[in-house]
Design a protein around this ligand. Structure first.
Ligand code: ZN
Length: 324
C-alpha cells in the first residue's frame, strides 16, 4: 500500500507545474506544456491500459468459421449448438452434446456403456491398434465411437444411437456394430422407433473382416425391426461415408441430413481418379443428394429435435405408442 500511495504523490509535482504554466499566461503555455504533458502522460497512462488489454484477449477462446471467416466466441458457439450464428455453418459436435440437444432431461438410459474394443488381429499399421484405441479414449472421453440408449424425444420413447467422429474417425468396428445391433434389437423387443445419427469414415480397418461383418449384422437387425412395422430414421451428419453409408445409414424409412454434410461411399478424389471424369459441383453434399432422391430432407441442427418429433408423430400416428 505504501508504494502505491507514494506513486501518485511523487508524480504530482509535474502536474502542478503544468497548472502553473497554464494559468500564468496563454503565450508561454503554448510551447512548454505540450512537451511536459506528453512525456508524463506517455509514461503514466499507456502502460497499464495496454497491459490490461493484452490480458483480456487470451481470456476468451475464439473459433474462426471456415465458411464465412467470422470469429465466434466459443461460449456463443456452444449455446448455438455449434452452428455459426452468421452463416449457419455446422461445426462438428460430440455425441454427448448432440444427445443433450435432442433428448428430454434425465430421460437417456445408456446401454452397453462399458463395451470395449479388443485387438483380434494384433494389427499394427502406422501405430498399433491398441495404442490408437488408448489415444482416442483419452482424446474423446469415450470408450468407442457410438453411444446408444433408450430415451424420450418430446413425448416419444425411442432407441437412439449417436456416433462420434472424434473417436477414430467414427469408424465402425465390432463394438460400434454390436452396440447398434443391440440397440435395434432392444427397440424391436420394446416396440420403439429407432433413430441413428451417423458420422463416420467407414468400417474400422484395424479389425479387418470383423469390421465389415458389422454392415450385415446391423442391417439384419434393422430388417427384423422393419418387419415389426417400426419406424427407423437415419440422420446423416458431416461426414458419413464408406461402410456406414453402405449399410445401416441408407436403409432408413426416412433418411435426413444436416446442411452441407459430405455424404458418399468413396471420397471424391478416389472417384475422380477411377472414372477419369470431372465431378459435378457440389458432388457428395447433402444438397446434391437431396436433388437426386437419395435423402428425403435436409434439417438444420437447431430444427432437428422439432422435426424428429414431427416425423415420429407421422410414423406413429397409425399405431398407439407403448406406455412410457
Ligand atoms: Zn460462419
Amino acid at each position: 500500500m505504501a508504494t502505491t500511495l507514494n506513486g501518485p504523490i511523487v508524480k504530482m509535482p509535474p502536474q502542478r507545474t503544468k497548472k502553473t504554466l497554464g494559468l500564468e499566461t496563454v503565450e508561454p503555455a503554448v510551447t512548454p506544456p505540450p512537451s511536459n504533458s506528453t512525456e508524463t502522460t506517455f509514461t503514466k497512462k499507456p502502460k497499464p491500459v495496454s497491459k490490461s488489454r493484452k490480458k483480456e484477449i487470451p481470456e476468451g477462446l475464439w473459433t474462426k468459421c471456415p465458411k464465412c471467416a467470422a470469429m465466434i466466441f466459443d461460449k456463443e458457439l456452444d449455446e448455438n449448438q455449434k452452428v455459426c450464428p452468421k452463416c449457419q455453418h455446422h461445426f462438428p459436435i460430440s455425441a454427448r452434446e448432440r444427445i443433450n440437444s435432442l433428448v428430454e432431461t434425465c430421460s437417456f438410459e445408456e446401454m452397453d456403456a462399458d463395451m470395449l474394443s479388443v485387438d483380434p488381429l494384433t494389427f499394427t499399421g502406422v501405430a498399433a491398434y491398441t495404442t490408437k484405441l488408448e489415444e482416442s479414449k483419452k482424446k474423446s472421453g469415450l470408450k468407442d465411437a457410438v453411444i446408444t440408449g433408450v430415451c424420450k424425444v418430446g413425448h416419444h420413447r425411442i432407441g437412439l444411437g449417436v456416433m462420434d467422429f472424434s473417436f477414430l474417425g467414427g469408424s465402425m468396428g465390432s463394438v460400434v456394430g454390436e452396440k447398434l445391433t443391440r440397440l435395434i434389437e432392444a427397440s424391436t423387443r420394446r416396440t420403439l422407433p429407432c433413430v441413428i445419427i451417423s458420422t463416420s469414415g467407414g468400417a474400422r480397418m484395424y479389425e479387418g473382416m470383423f469390421s465389415l461383418m458389422q454392415m450385415a449384422k446391423t442391417c439384419g437387425a434393422l430388417a427384423y425391426h422393419s418387419r415389426a412395422k417400426l419406424p427407423y430414421i437415419s440422420v446423416l451428419t458431416h461426414p458419413t461415408t464408406a461402410g456406414v453409408m453402405a449399410s445401416f445409414a441408407t436403409v432408413g424409412d426416412l433418411i435426413i441430413a444436416e446442411p452441407a454434410a459430405m455424404i458418399g461411399f468413396a471420397g471424391p478424389r478416389v472417384i475422380k481418379d477411377t472414372t477419369q471424369a470431372e465431378l459435378p459441383p457440389g458432388f457428395q453434399t447433402a444438397e446434391f443428394l437431396l436433388d437426386r432422391g437419395l435423402i428425403d430432407a435436409i434439417v438444420s441442427r437447431k430444427e432437428m429435435k422439432t422435426q424428429l418429433i414431427s416425423y415420429l408423430d407421422f410414423f406413429t400416428s397409425a399405431r398407439k405408442q407403448p406406455a412410457a
